[in-house]
Design a protein around this ligand. Structure first.
Ligand SMILES: *Cc1c(COP(=O)(O)O)cnc(C)c1O
Length: 408
């Protein structure tokens, strides 16, 4: 079901979303006709062998996608991993992790060793930076932060022969700068440097990362893959050059996901296409509405023409999703809180990617060291969920009035 005779997979992404990961041996019973649609939950720790010879044979061969011991997974997780691999043309395989942060940590451990230098984008997700400072640095791996928009300066850093890897996140967390991923990955490849990308915002549906030259693509599946705010999970998808090392590192760290969580994530994946289309349309409508409001100084949304890197987004991405930020015109923390606290249809909380709308006060300056964050006022990040857009706009309209009243 996965590849055509020629070995080239011609199916379009939405068709793959419906079909991927549904191997007959995971949906049917040997010797019996018929198959269920989705691979079920296979719960296991112990795997039983026929005899000693069978046990020895199993231990001596590759245990990837083979029943061996629960830690190596069962068809439920393999099916989800295979489906994510099918969504990334050029990928050899995918490993699953108990959270997005665990996926980032293991991917970095798979490519770095003491003495190496890592180039980390300054607009990275805050816990990614924390891993570099609190785990990598004490292990003798230095992190240098770079401006997401300054590819020329990045090239200067690359001349240091200790540089082993470049970590990208595009668009960046909180401030949504889009990076020139094809230019950066081409530069890195020339120098034998590996590239890793946090692709959580776009997902492979709107940005197939490996097709843009990335070696290792990371997702916080917690967000749009799961899509229902009820499971934590991460994934790392890699090229043939890197998948072996990634898989070995994940096994050595004992990383895995529960079959129940894998099943929920696989269920979420089937509807990723329709959900993202709606998140995109609703978020764009609200971003355009906010842009014209006098209380709003700037909207940080890659699909809006004045967002940093908008031209790169237009060139490289096939869509935008539901997460963006906006900067208020003047006002202080109390005025911002007045806006957020009274919202009826937006939850106040971390994470995003579920069906529900969220509003979060953000202070990007706290998480930047290579770039400056200067803004006209405090900022808010919105996740636009699947509610009716008119309700959300009315809610924000009242919120902006509360903000203006406190700001004076
Ligand atoms: C949420 C998030 C993560 C981490 O995912 P968790 O599952 O919460 O650990 C990583 N990267 C980005 C861009 C995120 O938004």
């Amino acid at each position: 079901m996965s590849e055509s005779e020629s070995g080239k997979d011609e199916r379009r992404p939405l068709t793959k979303l419906a079909q991927a990961g549904r191997k007959p041996e995971w949906t049917g019973m040997p010797g019996q006709p018929g198959a269920i649609v989705s691979p079920p939950v296979w719960r296991a720790s112990t795997i039983l062998y026929d005899d000693v010879a069978h046990l020895r044979r199993a231990a001596g061969s590759s245990t990837h996608e083979r029943l061996f011991y629960g830690r190596k997974g069962t068809p439920t997780a393999w099916s989800l991993a295979d489906a994510l691999t099918e969504m990334e043309p050029g990928a050899e395989g995918t490993m699953l992790f108990p959270s997005g942060v665990a996926a980032i940590a293991c991917a970095l451990m798979a490519v770095l060793k003491p003495g190496d230098t890592l180039l980390m984008v300054d607009s990275a997700y805050d816990p990614t930076r924390n891993f570099c400072e609190h785990i990598l640095r004490p292990y003798g791996i230095e992190t240098i932060y770079y401006d997401p928009r300054d590819t020329v300066h990045l090239a200067v850093h690359l001349s240091d022969e200790k540089v082993r890897a470049i970590f990208l996140e595009s668009p960046g967390s909180l401030t949504f700068e889009v990076q020139d991923v094809p230019a950066i990955t081409a530069m890195a490849r020339d120098r034998g440097v590996v590239t890793l990308l946090d692709n959580t915002w776009a997902t492979p549906l709107f940005f197939p990362a490996l097709s843009h030259g990335v070696d290792i693509s990371i997702l916080a599946c917690t967000k749009y893959i799961v899509g229902h705010s009820d499971v934590m999970m991460g994934s790392v998808t890699a090229t043939p050059d890197w998948f072996g090392k990634l898989r070995q590192t994940a096994y050595l760290f004992g990383q895995m996901v529960s079959p129940d969580d894998a099943w929920l994530a696989a269920r979420g994946l089937r509807t990723l296409g329709v959900r993202l289309k709606q998140h995109q349309d609703s978020a764009l409508a609200i971003a355009h509405w906010l842009k014209d409001r006098p209380e709003v100084a700037r909207v940080l949304h890659p699909a809006l023409p004045d967002c940093p890197g908008h031209d790169l987004w237009r060139r490289d991405f096939s869509g935008s999703t539901g997460l963006f930020s906006f900067v208020l015109n003047g006002g202080d923390d109390a005025a911002r809180a007045a806006l957020i606290d009274g919202l009826a249809h937006f939850g106040i909380g971390y994470s995003w990617g579920g069906f529900e709308s969220l509003a979060l006060p953000i202070d990007p300056a706290r998480y930047r060291s290579a770039t400056n964050w200067e803004a006209e006022g405090p900022a808010i990040r919105l996740h636009i969920g699947l509610e009716d857009t008119d309700d959300l706009i009315a809610d924000l309209d009242a919120g902006l009035a509360r903000f203006a009243q406190v700001r004076g």
